[in-house]
Design a binder for this molecule. Sequence first.
Ligand SMILES: [Zn+2]
Length: 395
Amino acid sequence: MYHQQEHGDAPKPVAQSDGVGVSVNLGHHDARQSQRCSECILPAEYPGIEYDESGQCNYCRRWKRKWDSLDFAKQAAQLEGILGAYRGKLYPYDCLIGLSGGKDSVYAAYILKKHNMRPLACTFDNGFLTETALHNISSTVNALGIGHVVVHAPPGDLHRLYRHCVLTAGEFCSVYNVGIRSALYRMAKCYGIKLVVTGQSNRTEASSPKEYFTCSSGYFQNVGGTVASKKELAGFMYMSQFKRALWHLRRTVVYLQLPSYVPWKEEEFKEELARNVDWRGSVGEQHADCRMSDAKEYLKLKHFGVTELTAKLSSLVRDRQLSREDALVRIQQQVDHLQENEASIREQIRKEFDLSESQLDEAIRASHIPYISKADTFLSNLKNLQEVLRYRKQK
Ligand SMILES: [Zn+2]
């Protein structure tokens, strides 16, 4: 996933008051966000955002250009063509899929079974899986009758890396983001699987600027490299960015994003999953599958004044799954929740990562940006340029 900035038409930000006072006052600052995109809900604090004269943001414009005229009948035929090329070619699995117990990964496994595929599901145990996640994983595997592997990292290594990342860069999610991808490539190699399928796509997920999300192995190497040896990091990074790019270029492994081919209507498929695989979620909770979800959002709010839920809901608004007003209500509820529970969330972070109060404050002041790799910056610029050129051609 890439951050996309537009260079062709650099408009001036336009203040948009939506009248909803999402007031964030978690102790040291008040990030009242009244300037938001007139179409989605992304606020001016979101990295890389630019508004045009009508108040629409660059992430909305990019989304519309790429996805608004998607023909799902055409996409379905294309999907069947891709899956058909891998179906029944290998034994015992046709493809690989990450399974976290969250709705997207479970739905992706469900769709694959509907297409008569034999997926191998792979779970990366990040040490934070909830009872709900464990239930969802085992009920999905049993209901669909699919193979399953769980990759456990040594708990000591996990703890050390989490603690180091949070203290140094103010975040801890990169350990999981890099770990699950590494586990998938390792399993693909191990079983000779050539197709990796995911329930995430930049059609349905938040735009992911590298200044906000930490999912690159280059970044992780820069942060983790100061506390762990190359050998230790290798457990989380099965392959380098370069080798991964080479695999994709040579089509050693094909990476398929299902939401780019089939409608991905959350409210509808959550009910379908509850009926068919006994999937369970939590109302109002973004990630029922991770017990550190509030902690992550608390740190995001402190660092950026924008939670990941805000970014995720903006993509649902663009896809017309959610009204702008409902999204704003949900964000307000989340901010209220984080504010009311600030003391217990801080205690959870301190206990989990073995931090003192002052170390937690140090983590809140820390930034991941100095650790962004040169390769990420290069790839991101290349992608931006490619998109701008394609857009000009279309015009
Ligand atoms: Zn927007």
